[in-house]
Design a binder for this molecule. Structure first.
Ligand SMILES: *Cc1c(COP(=O)(O)O)cnc(C)c1O
Length: 351
């Protein structure tokens, strides 16, 4: 451990990554789309869990196609899997971006005629193309794909992205039809439409390659995936002080909790700077051996205070579990499963 080598004391906050669950989730998603290859979205540092930890596990499980958003995310992905197929979803904005893509062998996702011309003028090469089939975010509209700038491209994978795959929305079939129209016009080696949720929509949405992110990391965007996907990220924080409260004592900023009886409380080393946001105040509970320890008062930047009545034997230095099963945590906090997984802070990774 580098921390120990440099004499830094052990942390009071940590994230346990269940590598078996991560690999099992990839295999589950792969089995859900039997005719298609299964890639992996590893943008945003593998949804906050760490490219360094996640990439070798996915690679070992069988993933070969990886998606990032930014050019700045490429180096770390390649460092862990040299020669991997990497697509950069934001595409090129400058000639420097194009030169970087050509030098590293990663593929830009072409999202506009501007990007198509930029890439071709820079010398071109294999690229991906994003069709905007109705999300009105990145991508070319179907009316643009007959443009001569598109004929010049050497398209590896033709992509589109669903806006409402986590719902039973008529928009899914509409976007599917528009994507199929684009596939009939633009020659490409492979076609890819499905994120995690769209894998649950069934075979018509799978095409040649799927691009799950959320469900690899434990998210359940559709009921079809509910019993198959396992929790991957387990945050834990240590008790750093015990405190005995008397009736009438207030806890935390703005005194939003007042003790009505004598009680034992614990100050715990996690706060909103670590991604444990203030929306948990009043709802959240930490856990010890499955026993819920309710939060008292507001979440601070670096700490929370919990009621120790259900676990009176706990002492300074003991570890508590932060309940982080994504579907349940989303319901309890009001945050989306995506937000919950991506906001876990840097201090959790220093263990
Ligand atoms: C992030 C992203 C994905 C992965 O989506 P999940 O919902 O996390 O599975 C797939 N495709 C595109 C274009 C994305 O931006």
């Amino acid at each position: 451990m580098p921390a120990e080598q440099s004499g830094v004391p052990p942390p009071t906050l940590r994230l346990r990554l269940d590598a078996d669950a991560l690999a099992a989730n990839w295999r589950t998603l792969d089995a859900c789309a039997p005719g298609a290859a299964t890639g992996a979205a590893v943008k945003a540092n593998a949804y906050g869990l760490g490219v360094r930890e996640v990439m070798p596990v996915l690679r070992e499980a069988g993933a070969r196609d990886f998606f990032v958003a930014h050019w700045g995310e490429v180096r770390e992905v390649l460092a862990h899997t040299p020669g991997a197929s990497v697509s950069v979803l934001h595409g090129p904005l400058t000639t420097d971006d194009c030169a970087f893509a050509r030098a590293t062998g990663v593929r830009p996702v072409i999202n506009s005629l501007f990007q198509a011309r930029l890439w071709t003028d820079a010398g071109g090469g294999p690229c991906d193309v994003m069709i905007d089939s109705g999300i009105n975010r990145l991508g070319l509209s179907v009316s643009q794909i007959g443009d001569p700038a598109m004929r010049a491209l050497q398209i590896d994978t033709l992509l589109s992205h669903l806006a409402s795959a986590d719902e039973d929305s008529a928009q899914n079939a509409q976007q599917l039809a528009i994507f199929e129209q684009a596939c009939a016009v633009l020659p490409a080696r492979r076609r890819s439409l499905a994120n995690s949720a769209a894998i649950g929509l069934g075979g018509a949405y799978h095409f040649d390659l799927t691009r799950p992110g959320l469900s690899l990391y434990g998210g359940v965007p559709r009921p079809e995936l509910a019993n198959a996907i396992r929790q991957v990220a387990y945050p834990q924080a240590a008790i750093i002080q015990l405190r005995d409260l008397s009736p009438g004592d207030h806890v935390g900023y703005n005194a939003t909790f007042t003790a009505t009886r004598a009680m034992r409380a614990a100050v715990v080393s996690i706060g909103y700077a670590d991604g444990y946001l203030r929306c948990w105040s009043g709802h959240g509970a930490l856990q010890s051996k499955g026993r819920a320890l309710p939060l008292l008062g507001r979440v601070s930047m670096d700490m929370v205070v919990v009621d120790l009545a259900p676990a009176p034997e706990l002492r300074e230095g003991d570890w508590l579990d932060i309940p982080y099963a994504l579907p349940q945590a989303a319901m309890a906090s009001g945050l989306s499963q995506y937000e919950l997984i991506t906001i876990l802070g840097r201090r959790l990774h220093q263990s």
